[in-house]
Write a protein that binds this ligand. Structure first.
Ligand code: ATP
Ligand code: MG
Ligand code: MG
Ligand code: MG
Length: 562
């Protein structure tokens, strides 16, 4: 590719509103331009890297037997109503109407569409298991789009969905995807860690996030210094048991529950996504008081605690603030036995979303005058204390350390949540109708590109790993006005292309300093400089990563590159 008329505008200065290195460098190297807040155009270099990452992903997905499909970005809102997510997803879901006033959404994810596709066209166990994936544009109206394409409102995702006939089958599909993800992120030269994650209200069980280790990551990972234990801090104090203490319970008064909100009501009021409520609530930190969320598990008396201490300077809401936000009275828990309801504990300003913890109670009633530490006992680390560095690891091996991570991938055992809601059934060996068992697996393709830049740069610019570099070689004719340089540059351009190298050829009539600065900024693995020694058929080969530079006679160039 000739740079003379290539759209690769470089910037010398750091763009004012770009806070992190990858965002700055992607703008400065001419990979992306912002079209609107959280909405980006990819210029040719950026698009090339996207394609490189996509090819790695495709390769690994295909190797597991994944079948590539392409689903629409525009989805009928009824589908989301059927799955029950239209309300759940909250304002992150972009909604629109067509000319007939019919409701649509812009796909934030594709469980609904894929489940109906498979429902309509797969009838027999003989076709299963099946794994379908796509690489496609997603839309999420993020509350705080930031860091360039790391958290944008339109982004590219690889999403895969598995359909199995048994739990064991799902385990196998999940493991295959997990392994494929390890391969993908390794091939992208990322320093990452797979961590246990929060399954939230989505209704799944096992779930792991793939975290690229980075100071600017928005997730905190708690890991053991002596074992494989690693978890998103959201679930880090893995299990807490919460029990009613018999003595004090008698003092409580059971009264009718006014104004208790459902999860849907609360999340839509707060403008957060209930499947990810803990984190979403944390994101509104800056503007509103924080609620610590404790989410119910399906096993009675076992709840997971959301850890909010990832970042400093978090203030908890007072009971009054919490009550105001939720529209409840303070000083009670309730209603306890209504699944998916919200409870408020005054003292701790803790919000509970439960599925039957705390034992039996009467529907539509709550306890008044609750004193949580007196009436309910929480046993994990002391009280509701959140996991900290230096705590013993939950697996008993070693102590907890913290690291920050960028979530580039997420694998999830869904179970039958969507197949049940949308009726994806098949006939088993005995002709009996059964519900398909699903998993879903996402990778943020555009976010991965940014994460690569975040981990691979120096003070002069990007340092692309060869596997995802937009071109293999930057061929630079240092002075195009010099006839010998110009001619040798042209010759080498042809030779290298014939050798199947992808070459960016700087044939611009620019000063040497500008060309070298741009070359370092763009960061291709190898630079070949054609300069003063062109008359002796000698060029300069520089390795971007190490800065090592050697002079090579053109007759030995191809051999040297190999
Ligand atoms: P996050 O916690 O960062 O908001 P998520 O958990 O909401 O991400 P998933 O629903 O798990 O995201 O989607 C799968 C993948 O899509 C994520 O692992 C991430 O790599 C990517 N992704 C999600 N939201 C964005 C975004 N706003 N911009 C870019 N990539 C995103
Ligand atoms: Mg999100
Ligand atoms: Mg997440
Ligand atoms: Mg996720």
């Amino acid at each position: 590719m000739r740079q003379r008329n290539y759209l690769s505008p470089t910037l010398r200065d750091v763009p004012a509103d770009a806070e992190i290195k990858s965002h700055q460098l992607m703008l400065r190297a001419g990979l992306i331009r912002q079209t609107a807040s959280g909405i980006y155009s990819y210029l040719p270099l950026g698009k090339k890297v996207l394609r490189k990452v996509e090819e790695v992903i495709r390769d690994e997905m295909d190797a597991t037997g994944g079948q590539e499909v392409l689903m629409p970005a525009i989805q009928p809102a009824e589908l989301w109503e059927e799955s029950g997510r239209l309300g759940d997803y909250g304002p992150e879901l972009m909604r629109l109407k067509d000319r007939h006033n019919r409701d649509f959404v812009l796909g934030a994810t594709h469980e609904e569409v894929i489940t109906t596709l498979v429902r309509d066209d797969v009838q027999s166990y003989k076709k299963l298991p099946m794994n379908l994936y796509q690489i496609q544009t997603k839309y999420r109206d993020e509350r705080r789009p930031r860091f360039g394409v790391l958290r944008s409102r339109e982004f590219i995702m690889k999403d895969a969905y598995s359909f199995d006939t048994s739990k064991e089958g799902l385990d196998e599909s999940y493991e295959k995807m997990y392994d494929a993800y390890q391969n993908i992120f390794s091939r992208c030269n990322l320093n990452f860690r797979a961590v246990e994650a929060d399954s939230g209200a989505i209704g799944g069980t096992d779930t792991h996030e793939f975290m690229v280790l980075s100071e600017i990551g928005e997730d905190t990972i708690a890991y053991s210094n002596e074992s494989d234990f690693a978890a998103n801090i959201e679930i880090a104090p893995v299990r807490v048991s919460y029990t009613k203490s018999e003595e004090a319970f008698g003092e409580l008064q059971l009264v009718n529950t006014p104004n208790v909100k459902t999860i849907d009501e609360v999340t839509s009021f707060l403008g957060v996504n209930s499947s990810n409520t803990i984190k979403s609530l944390l994101y509104i930190l800056d503007e509103q008081p924080v609620l610590v969320l404790v989410r119910g598990d399906h096993e009675v008396n076992e709840i997971k605690v959301g850890n909010v201490l990832g970042k400093a300077s978090i203030e908890l809401a007072t009971p009054e603030q919490t009550a105001t936000i939720l529209g409840c009275e303070t000083g009670y828990i309730g209603p306890i036995n209504v699944s998916d309801s919200v409870k408020v504990i005054a003292d701790h300003a803790v919000e509970f979303i439960v599925n039957g913890v705390c034992g039996a109670n009467e529907a539509g009633k709550h306890y008044k005058n609750v004193n949580p530490s007196r009436d309910f006992q929480v046993s994990c680390y002391e009280d509701l204390r959140l996991i900290q560095e230096g705590d013993p690891s939950p697996d008993g091996k070693g102590t907890i350390q913290f690291a920050m991570g960028i979530e580039v991938g997420h694998v999830f055992k869904l179970g039958t949540k969507y197949s049940e809601a949308l009726g994806a059934k098949y006939l088993d060996e005995n002709g009996k109708s059964q519900t398909m068992i699903m998993g879903c697996y996402g990778i943020g393709v555009s976010r991965t590109v940014a994460a690569i830049v975040e981990q691979h740069h120096d003070e002069n610019g990007i340092v692309w790993p060869a596997s995802v570099a937009p071109f293999d070689i930057h061929l630079v004719t240092i002075n195009v006005k010099d006839e010998e340089q110009k001619q040798l540059g042209e010759e080498l351009y042809q030779t290298l292309k014939q050798e199947r190298y992808e070459v960016l050829f700087d044939d611009r009539p620019e000063r040497a300093g500008v060309k070298f600065k741009d070359s370092d900024l763009i960061g291709l693995p190898i630079r070949i400089g054609v300069g003063k020694k062109a008359s002796e058929s000698i060029v300069e080969v520089k390795v971007r990563k190490t800065g090592d530079m050697i002079e090579v006679h053109v007759s030995e160039l191809v051999e040297t590159l190999n």
